[in-house]
Write a protein that binds this ligand. Structure first.
Ligand SMILES: Nc1ncnc2c1ncn2[C@@H]1O[C@H](COP(=O)(O)OP(=O)(O)OP(=O)(O)O)[C@@H](O)[C@H]1O
Ligand SMILES: [Mg+2]
Length: 236
């Protein structure tokens, strides 16, 4: 079964000067259940726009997105909120941690709407933070964490309610190559254990070792060739 289906999907930004940007340009994509898909593309190729569409955070200009058999265009705002809360885990490029909550509270916050007892939420959040290597930093506010550490909190948070679909926007963007590889390995392993379907987007070429399938994106379309000279090369 395909968990994600995108048909003739486009997102065009209209600019004030009358111009337009085809950030996602007539894309078709099928992601089967349990697949870990990585999309590599240079900055500006449309990766974040595509993820936001797949997660129901943005609406397409044209085309259709079906997630687990549900056409997102059939959902009203409230149903979309429920869909995102229940089905989708996001790691945003800008993390979006809540600045007034500690690391462990940020992870617990994702579990708050589930009705899980507080002690269980705390336990699960602690073990997720341990999994991403942040056992010693659970009581820190985001401001007291490095970018890479904030990213790992965001990853723990995305995993917290075991969503069927995980959307990872530059999950290794602020990490050195060694830590980045470790985080990708961990995301791959954790998603396999839980049978989750993952779409990760990045411009870090080295992540391709930790994925089931690789696509390249260029100018809002999928391309069969690596965008030339624009990808980060592994440094170790
Ligand atoms: N709100 C917006 N209004 C107009 N153009 C936009 C808007 N958001 C993104 N774009 C443009 O759409 C294109 C795709 O942007 P997007 O953020 O999806 O790229 P990306 O692949 O995620 O890049 P990066 O690797 O830098 O995060 C870019 O040309 C960008 O300038
Ligand atoms: Mg982006």
């Amino acid at each position: 079964m395909n968990v994600i289906e995108a048909q003739n999907l486009s997102r065009i930004y209209r600019l004030k000067n009358g111009g337009e940007v085809k950030a996602v340009d007539n894309v078709n994509l099928l992601v089967p259940e349990g697949q870990f898909l990585t999309i590599i593309g240079a900055s500006g190729s449309g990766k974040t726009t595509l993820l936001n569409l797949l997660g129901g955070l943005d609406k397409p200009t044209a085309g259709r997105i079906v997630v687990e058999g549900v056409d997102l265009s059939d959902l009203g705002e409230e149903a979309l909120v429920r869909f995102r809360r229940k089905k989708v885990g996001f790691v945003f490029q800008a993390f979006n941690l809540i600045p007034t909550l500690t690391a462990v509270e940020n992870v617990e916050a994702a579990l708050a709407p589930t009705g899980m007892p507080k002690a269980e939420r705390f336990e699960r959040s602690m073990s997720l933070l341990e999994l991403v290597g942040l056992k010693g930093q659970v009581d820190r506010l985001p401001v007291a964490l490095s970018a890479g550490e904030q990213q790992r909190v965001a990853i723990a948070r995305a995993f917290a309610n075991e969503p069927q679909v995980l959307l990872l926007d530059e999950p290794t963007g602020n990490l050195d190559t060694v830590t980045g590889k470790e985080i990708m390995r961990l995301c791959h392993k954790a998603s396999k254990e839980r049978g989750q379907t993952v779409v990760a987007v990045t411009h870090a070429g080295y992540v391709k070792e930790y994925t089931d399938r690789l696509l390249y994106m260029k100018d809002g379309k999928f391309s069969n060739t690596v965008p030339e000279g624009e990808l980060e090369e592994p440094v170790s």
